[in-house]
Write a protein that binds this ligand. Structure first.
Ligand code: PEP
Ligand code: MG
Length: 588
């Protein structure tokens, strides 16, 4: 451990995204794209490495061809021609032979060797004063990234394979990186980029890893080996904490542990308000293993299973059978409680292998979620068939993300019906009574909620996106995080519209975005008539305590008052007042 006691304490201010305090030695990652681990191999392993290399080249070639075809269909063959140069790279004999030669000479893993050789080529070309050759250097870099990613498949990036406990400080961490983090080694993390509702932050909360994001330039100021403290409650990264600071944090940790201890007693209790209204309190999960934490924290099933995480961190798509097995196990685990499976929400900040090729200008407004699935029916149908088959066991419900209007919803339900008909023809067993819901996370869906409510069994409001689209605030951009305001009067009105429309049509409405776990906002959601709240499993005990300490009439009074207010600050102040009155210890 490198501690520099002579240095003064320095504080970096960011956004608190995952509660907890972590102290340890920093590992800084500045450019994760370059982060390929080098490890020794035995001569007997060379053949295996060559096999991996060949598979990755074939896979890369197939991906480029597929991309070319899609681009040709979308914008014409001329533009798709730019990928011819990429194909030449994966077929370049000189480059391939050089890799094979070095593999035998250096005796290290092929991902590392390939990256080194390709980098040498690209560097040489980029130094030549010829625009054509400089372009080719960029092609090589692009293809290199793709080949390395295919080579790594499920393998981890070097910084995710560190074997000593550390605090990870990175420019950015993707949601899939977070999903593969080793909780025992990553004590906490801090990033330059990011915001509260990014999927990286959501994953950190799910995994109970203290995290601070949006620090702007932490990677420039810190070095591997520095001693730091991550304060995931207040959004602070403290370099060289003084003994006084450490004492203060020791106290804070003790207080928080006491509150957590008291909350464990609530596990078997119901989330019922003081006046007897039961609010279904379920958990959000990202990975199948998270299912353990659902009952442990006293949740009533799963209100949002973000299945797209199955897709990240791997080079091949999960098959229908693999998905069926996964969903079935999760459903059995939570039965008789429901498991609400959200169909793949790929795109935005969750990019699966091969998708990066499209490099959209506005990925959150691009080919994401249901739009991506309706364009890729083979992927969509494999998932729907797997869900339908799994639904013969547990209490399974399906919901579609990013529904913008009735046509899209009908198309999605149409594909689901096709899958049912196919399974019937094939005499494959499936549960037919599966409820279908729409996620309401685009303002147009909230505005047309009456029409949508007639055709589904429930609404689940994705406030993370609803707020981003309603206020035009990119949910992962730390520079405008202050504008991301759940208490905005416009958000309040949209939520009211959705809840009212649901109840007019006798269906239930829940909230599965991060707002449901924001303890100050819960009174507002109950006052709006939400029937269900689905939050990160670790937040379930706190939200349960909140629900138990409130009564519906006082929450409705709060909503009536809030609807008269015109600024987010005023609404937030009213909510905070109610929260302080009933559960001050939880929000301090
Ligand atoms: C949301 O948008 O609020 C939501 C629950 O979905 P996600 O965060 O995965 O986009
Ligand atoms: Mg969403």
């Amino acid at each position: 451990m490198t501690t520099d006691d002579t240095k003064a304490e320095t504080r970096f201010f960011g956004l608190a995204v995952s509660p907890g305090i972590a102290r340890g030695t920093v590992h800084v990652v500045r450019d994760e794209a370059e982060d390929v681990a080098r490890y020794h191999i035995e001569p007997s392993e060379i053949a295996n490495e060559i096999g991996r290399f060949e598979t990755a080249l074939i896979q890369t070639r197939a991906q480029i061809l597929e991309m070319q075809q899609k681009i040709a269909e979308a914008i014409g063959a001329k533009d798709a021609g730019i990928f011819d140069a990429h194909l030449l790279v994966v077929e370049d004999r000189t480059l391939i032979d050089e890799v094979l030669r070095r593999l035998e000479g250096d005796l290290c893993n092929v991902d590392y060797v390939f990256q080194e050789v390709a980098k040498h080529y690209a560097d040489t070309l980029s130094k030549i004063d010829d625009p054509y050759l400089r372009e080719r250097a960029l092609d090589i870099q692009d293809v290199t990234r793709r080949v390395v990613r295919n080579l790594q498949g499920k393998a981890q990036k070097a910084f995710l394979a560190l074997s000593d406990p550390h605090i990870l400080v990175a420019h950015n961490i993707t949601p899939s990186d977070t999903a593969t983090m080793d909780r025992k080694q990553v004590l906490g993390f801090a990033t330059d980029l990011g915001s509260r509702t990014s999927h990286t932050a959501i994953m950190a909360r799910s995994m109970n890893i203290p995290a601070v994001v949006g620090l702007h330039n932490a990677t420039e100021k810190l070095e591997t080996g520095h001693e730091v403290l991550v304060d995931g409650y207040n959004g602070l990264l403290i370099l060289n904490p003084t003994p006084d600071t450490l004492w203060h944090y020791g106290e804070l940790k003790h207080r928080k542990e006491q509150v957590a201890e008291q909350l464990t007693g609530l596990r078997e209790t119901k989330s019922t308000t003081r006046d007897g209204r039961h609010i279904v309190l379920s958990a959000n999960i990202e990975l199948p293993n998270d299912v353990e934490s659902v009952a442990q924290n006293g949740a009533e099933g799963i209100g949002l299973y973000r299945t797209e995480f199955l897709y990240l961190n791997r080079a091949t798509l999960p098959t229908e059978e693999e998905q069926y097995q996964t969903y079935r196990k999760v459903a059995e685990h939570v039965a008789p409680h429901p498991l609400i499976i959200r169909t793949f929400d790929l795109g935005g900040d969750k990019i699966a292998c091969g998708m990066e090729a499209f490099d959209e200008q506005n990925p959150f407004m691009g080919l994401r979620a249901i739009r991506f699935c309706l364009e890729n029916l083979d992927i969509f149908k494999a998932q729907l068939r797997a869900i339908l088959r799994a639904s013969s066991t547990g209490n399974l419900k399906i919901m579609f993300p990013m529904i913008s209007g009735l046509d899209e919803l009908r198309r999605a339900i149409g594909v689901l019906d096709e899958c049912k008909a196919e399974l019937k023809r094939e005499r494959v067993a499936f549960g037919s009574a599966t409820e279908v819901g729409a996620m309401i996370e685009i303002p147009s869906a909230a505005l047309c909620a009456d029409a949508l409510a007639r055709e589904v069994d429930f609404f689940s409001i994705g406030t993370n996106d609803l707020i981003q689209y309603a206020l035009a605030v990119d949910r992962v951009n730390e520079r405008i995080a202050n504008l991301y305001e759940p208490a905005h009067p416009a958000v309040l009105r949209l939520l009211k519209m959705v809840s009212d429309a649901a109840h007019r049509h006798d269906i239930w409405a829940g909230v599965c975005g991060e707002m449901a776990g924001d303890l100050t906002m819960v009174p507002l959601l109950l006052g709006l008539g939400m029937d269900e709240l689905s939050v990160s499993a670790s937040l379930v005990p706190r939200v349960k305590r909140v629900v138990q300490s409130l009564s519906i009439p006082e929450c409705e009074k709060l909503v009536t008052a809030a609807l008269e207010l015109t600024t987010p600050a005023e609404i937030l102040a009213r909510c905070t007042e109610v929260a302080r009155q009933h559960y001050a210890d939880l929000i301090s």
